[in-house]
Design a protein around this ligand. Structure first.
Ligand code: HEC
Length: 504
């Protein structure tokens, strides 16, 4: 079928005489521009495409992946707002490649060859201001379940810094699924590191004091535009929260990251807007086996004028489509991101060419669909099984995230508070789960057993890790990071109200 499409496209190409299509003159420019940045020594792609022999040897496969638009990888629809560094071949370029194969892959005159672009070796963004590497490698077994592991990179910075970009260089690319860069200013992560005899630690037993973004497959490291930068206060360690996906072969991962600093603090603070929040934790994702079009949606109304600079999505295997739209107060609708063929392996962050201004009152809406039928070749279960929200890649998640700043620097607190209130919705969902699991009726005993030091309060460290943040956000009214008896009473009241069907 692929070749039929190519032939059809070929007819669209204006034939200026029978000028021969040659590698050096016609093909090399396409490949060097669109493929070689990844397809070269030391980069993410499994083989190199940097000269006639390499391209010619793979020509048939290349034609196939170009036709299907599998390569270059780019999943955002190009029908909406333009993005920076769009990786997309024109129909004419695809047809030109096909006609070169048809002509017998002539090499042509090397004198007409464009020179290979001057690709950066190693760091894509140039020499970082600070390079940190995991103290020792972590061994990922050949098979078995996915592994979540945190690795502490102690920084000991003598002063506050502002970070424009973080570039990650894995040592075992094939098993590193993703890595999020959290900050810990308490030293807790350091004290947990290596406790079980292996590098790093499992679980989320530290309080995140900040974030520097993350690395996911297919992401291209980018510097934040203008004077924007993320805070990295002195005394903070970086914690890499890494997800490994065993590859069939034992691999050792020893991640290195490069940090790029800004010269001065930014004039405005970044605030992410994630819809639904918590990667869909509270969206009630519960997909029946066989369901081919399961849809979740959520909205968030911007309380202040907002300037969006990038957008990205997150989900696992069976997600099919995602779309984020902004409906402005005057009724105008802007599509911020549309992905019609979600692929978990390519979760890029898309930077708008121009910041998108969204006035206060704009409604941000995310719609995400899943196919849990046997017809979905990406379904991790045969036969299909009920799939709920969860951290394993065979569970599901779903959210779209805008990164941006309030137009007015002073609006930061209002915006930040509004996103926190939004995240508190997650707790209502956790509450329903608690009721369903009949935990509610045993609450007094459970509280007693959680109160390890028997002081009548539940301190942060005594709360179950996965609910800690949400519980404190909703119930810790005096903000002392501990739940006292009257706050615990509020928890009981709240669960009883939820049980009675009141929307709290
Ligand atoms: C952003 C990085 C990136 C760019 C740009 C890129 N590739 Fe790839 N390519 C990869 C990676 C990583 C793989 C291996 C994983 C996979 O197959 O999905 C791959 C795999 C391939 C394969 C093997 C697919 C298969 O089914 O066996 C071909 C062929 C290919 N690329 C051709 C190209 C061509 C041609 C271009 C340019 C038009 C290109 N790639 C651009 C990263 C890239």
């Amino acid at each position: 079928m692929a070749s039929r499409i190519s032939t059809a496209l070929l007819l669209l190409v204006p034939c200026s005489g029978a000028a021969e299509v040659t590698y050096h003159q016609d093909i090399a420019p396409i490949v060097y521009q669109n493929c070689t940045s990844c397809h070269r020594e030391g980069e993410s792609a499994p083989f190199s495409l940097s000269n006639y022999e390499e391209v010619s040897r793979k020509a048939k496969t290349i034609a196939r992946v170009m036709d299907g638009r599998y390569m270059p990888p780019w999943h955002a629809s190009i029908d909406h707002l333009p993005f920076r560094d769009m990786r997309r071949l024109s129909d004419e370029e695809i047809a030109r490649f096909a006609s070169w194969i048809e002509a017998g892959k002539p090499e042509g005159d090397p004198a007409t060859a464009p020179s290979l672009p001057d690709f950066p070796k190693g760091w894509q963004l140039g020499e970082p201001d600070l390079v940190v590497t995991m103290a020792s490698a972590y061994e990922v077994p050949a098979d078995g379940p996915d592994i979540y592991r945190n690795f502490v990179l102690p920084l000991d910075l003598p002063e506050d810094k502002w970070v424009k970009a973080v570039e990650l260089r894995p040592s075992a690319r094939s098993v590193l699924h993703h890595s999020l860069f959290f900050l810990d200013d308490s030293g807790t992560a350091r004290s947990l590191d290596g406790k079980d005899g292996k590098p790093g630690f499992s679980g989320m037993g530290f309080r995140k004091s900040g974030s520097l973004g993350g690395y996911v497959p297919g992401v291209t490291a980018q510097k934040l535009p203008g004077d924007l930068a993320r805070p990295l206060p002195k005394g903070s360690d970086i914690v890499l929260a890494t997800h490994f996906h065993p590859s069939g072969k034992v691999e050792n991962e020893q991640t290195t990251i490069g940090l790029y600093f800004a010269d001065a603090p930014p004039s405005r603070q970044l605030q992410e807007v994630q819809v639904p929040p918590g990667f869909g934790r509270g969206a009630g994702i519960d997909i029946p086996a066989g369901e081919s079009n399961y849809v979740i949606e959520d909205t968030f109304t911007l309380p202040v004028d907002y300037e969006a600079i990038s957008v990205g999505g997150h989900a696992h295997y069976i997600c099919e489509t995602m779309k984020m739209t902004a409906t402005l107060p005057d009724g105008e609708e802007k599509v911020l991101l549309e992905i019609t063929d979600w692929d978990m392996d390519w979760q890029d962050t898309y930077y708008f060419t121009e910041p998108v201004i969204l006035p206060a009152g704009t409604v941000i809406k995310s719609v995400i669909s899943y196919d849990n039928s046997a017809n979905n070749p990406d379904n991790p279960h045969t036969p299909p099984q009920r799939i709920k929200w969860g951290r394993e890649s065979t569970d599901e998640m779903g959210s779209l995230t805008l990164v941006g700043v309030p137009v007015e620097a002073d609006d930061f607190t209002r915006l930040s508070r509004a996103t926190k209130v939004e995240r508190a919705k997650i707790l209502s969902n956790l509450g329903r789960e608690l009721i369903n699991s009949r935990v509610a009726s045993r609450l007094p005993q459970i509280m007693k057993s959680l109160d390890k030091n028997r002081d009548g309060n539940l301190d942060a460290s005594e709360l179950p890790e996965r609910m800690r943040g949400a519980l404190l956000l909703k119930l810790d009214t005096d903000g002392d990071k501990s739940l006292n008896p009257s706050e615990l009473q509020a928890l009981k009241d709240w669960l009883e109200n939820l049980q009675a069907g009141e929307n709290v």
